[in-house]
Design a protein. Structure first.
Length: 276
């Protein structure tokens, strides 16, 4: 392939990549812009992109109407709590499947992944009744448990993939030096898989932060995270698009900032072991 053809191909690929990126980012940009509009401008036909009166009224109203910090802290505690609990369970499980596989290891992994294909509403009633009887409704503990369970298959799968890339001989050497199982996982395996564990942690935090189905059905006020905070701006009288956009922007801003600053670590972890 000639140099001109190669340059032309790179330009085409770059243009396509930018189009896809803008298409993905546009809904977020539109939400942010709408949050600075009046309710009239938010529903204007044709839509107003930049030619509208900018206002902070929606953010002021949202702050006055709702306790944003309360919902924010609930999201932080629930996301971090469910993620750390998932790692505590998933690291030993992934270790056993990666380094001590059995005849049914792959079947178990596929079964775990298949649970993600089941509609959540199919188990809502039994989980709701269990939480009601155990006093876990509208509690951070309840949400931490349920979010840990629904994201656990993904966490185990990701860690299993990363652990498979680590030479088993290193762990055998640790055992020969007298390392116990706990020390082998904690002091040998975990440090070597830090990029993979970090990317798994970040992805699970994002999934837990964005979860809406379980938070809307298992909480009301005490443990309500930011997803419930957004839903509160939908009412029988209709949607207040500008205020809903302001609430959405305030809810997604922390996770967007986290993703922006941790993107290098996330990409590094997702490509961990891809090239030997």
């Amino acid at each position: 392939m000639s140099r001109a053809a190669t340059t032309q191909r790179k330009i085409v690929v770059t243009v396509i990549a930018w189009i896809i990126a803008l298409a993905i980012f546009f809904p977020i940009l539109w939400t942010i812009l709408t949050s600075f509009k009046t309710e009239g401008d938010a529903i204007a036909i044709p839509p107003k992109f930049l030619n509208f009166t900018w206002t902070l009224e929606n953010y002021i109203t949202v702050q006055e109407r709702s306790d944003y910090f309360h919902h924010f802290m609930n999201s932080v505690v629930i996301s971090l709590g469910s993620t750390l609990l998932a790692l505590v369970v998933a690291i030993p499980a992934a270790w056993s499947m990666a380094f001590v596989p059995g005849k049914r290891t792959k079947d178990i992994l596929m079964w775990m992944l298949s649970t993600k294909m089941m509609p959540a509403v199919g188990v809502l009633i039994p989980i709701y009744l269990i939480f009601r009887d155990w006093g876990l409704l509208d509690s951070r503990t309840g949400l931490i448990i349920v979010l840990m369970l629904i994201n656990l298959p993904i966490v185990v799968w990701m860690l299993y993939t990363y652990f498979k890339e680590i030479p088993g001989e290193i762990l055998e050497a640790a055992r020969m030096d007298g390392a116990s199982l706990g020390k082998e996982i904690l002091y040998v395996l975990t440090p070597m898989a830090v990029p993979g564990i970090a990317s798994t942690l970040l992805l699970n935090i994002i999934l837990a932060w964005n979860e809406a189905f379980w938070t809307l059905n298992l909480t009301t006020s005490n443990a309500a995270p930011l997803s419930t905070f957004i839903a509160s701006y939908s009412s029988p009288e209709g949607l207040f698009y500008a205020k809903l956009s302001a609430a959405s922007t305030m809810a997604i801003a922390p996770i967007l900032i986290l993703g922006w600053f941790s993107q290098k670590q996330l990409v590094r972890g997702l490509t961990f072991g891809a090239v030997k």
